[in-house]
Design a protein around this ligand. Sequence first.
Ligand code: FES
Ligand code: FE2
Length: 359
Amino acid sequence: MKALIKPNEYFEKSTYENEKTNLFSQVWNFVGFISDFNEVNDFIVSNISGIPVVVQNLKGTIRAFKNVCSHRHSIIQTTQKGNRALMCPYHGWAYNEKGIPFGIPKKPLFNFTTEELECLKLEEYKIEICGSLVFVKIKKDDVSLSDFLGKFYKEIEKMTNSFGQLIDINEIEIEANWKIIVENTLESYHVALIHSETFQKLGAEGLDFTFDKDNSLWDAPVLIKENEGKQSKIYKPYQKRDYKIEGYKHLIIFPNILISSTYGVSFNLSHIIPISEGVTLFKSYVFVTKKEEEDKNEVIEKMFHDSLINFNRKVFDEDKVICQEVQKGVKYSNYDGQLSDEEARVGHFQERYKLYIQY
Ligand code: FES
Ligand SMILES: [Fe+2]
């Protein structure tokens, strides 16, 4: 099958601008984990379709607002994350849980009526949660997160509720369009050449794909069973976990979140964040599932964590190198690109992408 996304759509600025308006502002965007908002005033900032957004625990509820002050336009929360009142750093306007300015220094100088203050409310966006993941949507429509995730909702909920200790956060900047990186994660055709010493050894293979709405899933057997040989010691503390799978599972939450798991013991969540048409931030989290404390063997645990971290980092470094080569080549290609059955999830991603992007 011919690829549907044309070479120019991987490097043209106009396509990138179009994606902000017609894609990223329309879908549910991952912004963080529930644990990022445990305390009152915990916040994270995000850029969704070009709009600065702050997501913050305000009096116990997670809310999302445009991160721009109603007084004279300063950004309100100026760090990536933290714990701080929702207060502008410029002249000190403070906002309440509804996003309405309530603490204004030298307030009488403005002569505001209550109604006038309510009209200065920060623009608010919808928030929804699935498992341990928090999502925000810019578009004001009725498509719920559960509609959006379709039949994968339950799986994602179960998987992400099983996330235990976060053992690594890895951020790498890649000189490639975000779609090249997403598409690379959606096929295993490249594994033999690119990951011969890493992912290939896991032995995940096959074409067991499930598609629903914008999202897709790959189920794959792996070479070694969970408790075979040397592995039985490593996995012993995790035997009572709720979420168990036989082999390897990889799913996309359209358009730019990938979650994978081996045995339901280790997890990777990768967030592919476009910076410009040619540069992407690849932010990847590694978790292990919750374990029974009494089984603690620190030496084995540390070895296990280190090997997971190294494995994930190596695989993504290998992907980075090849994705940058694709970005260099795509500007000069005369062809539309070809997709095999092993790249069916790339085809599905492209089909769904095309439904959003209008010219
Ligand atoms: S710009 Fe925010 S308080 Fe003045
Ligand atoms: Fe890869």
